[in-house]
Design a protein around this ligand. Structure first.
Ligand code: CA
Length: 371
């Protein structure tokens, strides 16, 4: 165990120099990222554990939500690289399709919340005033700068996250993300997995493009699409989950995402999904579920200061569904709970199998030291 700054810095230098020797890709860009990764691990609430030590326990799956999005603008290759350097089990990619039918990694079908599209292409919005990734070619999307997620008034959604103004972060394709993770896995001898989400399949279908097919093609191209591959494909649309399994014949692991009906993610009835019938149906087609963190604990018990699992989770457990809730955010924790309380309750009270997190450092540190 490393307990002093000088030991931590020595360790960081060692990791970085080993990395530099092995890595042939863009060393100059990656060095500060790695140094940052090592140092953030050290200054987290727990003593620094060497990267391999952090990586050892596997009983609670850690998924890098939109890359290391708590530290760098989401879904950029830089955020994926930083995530990789911290060694989660999976790195997530949300996928939308461009005008020229190329899958790119973006959380929304709209562009204005994470890019400068309104300045670069001021007239290219639809009648609803929104800028759709589907209306731009990959070459056009490449001209945009990706920034930290903002609200409609331009203020950051998470005010303490990345505040830099000059680094030119870019939109990347799904193939580039898969290639990056595959190449880093090869060079480090690791098996960090991928966790792509088919975004808004009904929207894409109306646009004349099969988003699921594009995602499956990319998974297969990079060796992530087999039955036992280190990957999950996820979707909020139950009809699409069925279609991926039945019509497209996909044999890899699938996760049914569960939200609130009011979010309008799809026409799936999420209240029904969380019933015994719903869970039985989901288990017919999917290997797991990705429920919202707000659905995991019993809200009435919470109001009385007690932490209890929500009753519906029993149906998921009885159908042996893997449960990966979203999203652990150090800067947006459930009211009245510390980060550690949330993680311990997920692990021991709700008995879920892992978590999507924007902040990898506290979750990996907690996992490394949990009993
Ligand atoms: Ca997602």
């Amino acid at each position: 165990m490393i307990t002093t700054w000088s030991e931590a810095i020595m360790q960081c230098k060692e990791v970085v120099s080993t990395y530099s020797m092995k890595s042939k890709i863009s060393r100059r860009g990656l060095l500060p990222v790695l140094l940052f990764a090592c140092l953030s691990a050290f200054i987290s609430s727990r003593p620094f554990a060497a990267i391999n030590e952090i990586n050892t326990p596997k009983s609670f799956t850690v998924i890098a939500h939109r890359g290391a999005s708590g530290y760098l603008p989401e879904h950029t290759l830089e955020a994926a690289t930083l995530a990789f350097s911290l060694r989660p089990d999976f790195i997530e990619q949300d996928v939308v399709i461009t005008k020229d039918d190329i899958p790119v990694v973006l959380h929304d079908i709209h562009l204005e919340t994470v890019t400068d599209v309104e300045e670069v292409f001021p007239t290219r919005h639809r009648t609803d005033g929104r800028y759709y990734a589907r209306d731009f070619t990959l070459a056009e999307l490449r001209t945009l700068r990706v920034h930290e997620r903002t609200n409609s008034d331009g203020t950051p959604v998470f005010k303490d996250r990345y505040q830099g103004q000059h680094a030119n972060f870019k939109i990347a394709t799904l193939a580039e993300h898969f290639e990056l993770i595959s190449e880093l896995n090869r060079q480090f001898g690791t098996s960090v997995g991928v966790y792509p989400e088919v975004k808004s399949p009904a929207f894409h279908s109306k646009e004349g493009v099969d988003a699921s097919k594009s995602v499956i093609y990319a998974l297969n191209t990079y060796g992530f699409g087999e039955k036992n591959s280190n990957s999950y494909i996820q979707c909020f649309d139950f009809k699409e989950v069925k279609r991926i399994r039945e019509t497209l014949g996909y044999e890899g692991k699938i996760v049914m995402l569960i939200g609130e009906n009011s979010w309008g993610e799809s026409d799936t009835n999420y209240d029904w999904i969380r019933t015994e019938d719903g869970m039985r149906e989901v288990a017919t087609y999917a290997d797991g579920i990705g429920p919202w963190l707000g659905h995991i604990f019993n809200s009435e018990a919470m109001a009385q200061g007690k932490i209890e699992a929500a009753a519906w989770l029993d149906f998921a457990h009885s159908h042996k569904l893997t449960i990966h809730p979203y999203t652990y955010r150090e800067d947006a924790l459930p009211k009245g709970m510390t980060g550690e309380q949330v993680l311990e309750a997920l692990d021991n009270v709700a008995d879920v199998d892992g978590v999507f997190t924007d902040h990898l450092v506290p979750v990996l540190s907690w996992r490394a030291y949990k009993p």
